[in-house]
Design a protein around this ligand. Structure first.
Ligand SMILES: C[S@@+](CC[C@H](N)C(=O)[O-])C[C@H]1O[C@@H](n2cnc3c(N)ncnc32)[C@H](O)[C@@H]1O
Length: 194
């Protein structure tokens, strides 16, 4: 019953988060189940050992990642908003670690936690509402953190992350998911395996 109430509350908590910090949250509703399905496929989670999620929000994406990850894998969810962090703490899964912090400090966060170089960084943070300097710093941190051959998968309502990522990783693969409010684009890069 408690679990059901928590799931039903999720869109409301998300909207409250948007009203508190519209630029930081960047969307009024959580990602649709269609978008979640696409993200899981594109991130190739079934063969990942260590995954970082940037901007998990109320945890819909986090639960989708956990459902696809192998039993011994680790997932670190990095979220700026304190209320969302408190909500994420209710997800009971030994593979999940939740950290209140900024994606801009990713390298330091991983080092402090002795978290291994991730095979996947999945990001829902809104690059279009932050400064270009901050966005570029975050993409640099992701590139530095990823394991060789690792994937950076960013789902966005606008295209700014495409330019920021292209400057560091090269051209992205782009997939459109129209069954989301509003339609979302998913950008995927692979770090060179060398
Ligand atoms: C569009 S919401 C995505 C929520 C959820 N992943 C989903 O798809 O439903 C973006 C989230 O990124 C978080 N965020 C924004 N900037 C961030 C940053 N620099 N570091 C970590 N989280 C950030 C926001 O607080 C918000 O929870």
């Amino acid at each position: 019953m408690k679990r059901l109430r928590s799931t039903l509350d999720e869109p409301i908590d998300f909207l409250r988060g948007f009203l508190r910090k519209p630029q930081q949250v960047g969307s009024v509703v959580p990602s649709s189940r269609y978008l979640l399905r696409r993200l899981v496929e594109l991130a190739e989670l079934e063969r990942a050992n260590a995954v970082v999620e940037l901007g998990p929000g109320t945890g819909g994406t986090t639960r989708a990642v956990l459902a696809a990850l192998p039993p011994g894998a680790r997932l670190l969810a990095v979220e700026l908003d304190e209320t969302f962090v408190e909500r994420l703490g209710r997800i009971r899964d030994p593979r999940l670690e939740v950290c209140r912090g900024s994606a801009a400090d990713l390298a330091a966060i991983l080092e402090r936690r002795s978290f291994p170089a991730p095979d996947v960084v999945l990001s829902g943070i809104p690059f279009s509402t932050m400064s270009t300097e901050l966005g570029a710093r975050i993409v640099q941190q992701v590139e530095r953190a990823l394991a060789p051959g690792g994937r950076f998968v960013a789902y966005q309502l606008r295209g700014k992350v495409g330019d920021l990522g292209e400057a560091i990783f090269g051209p992205p693969e782009i997939v459109l998911e129209p069954r989301n409010l509003p339609p979302a684009r998913i950008f995927r890069w692979r770090k060179r395996a060398v």
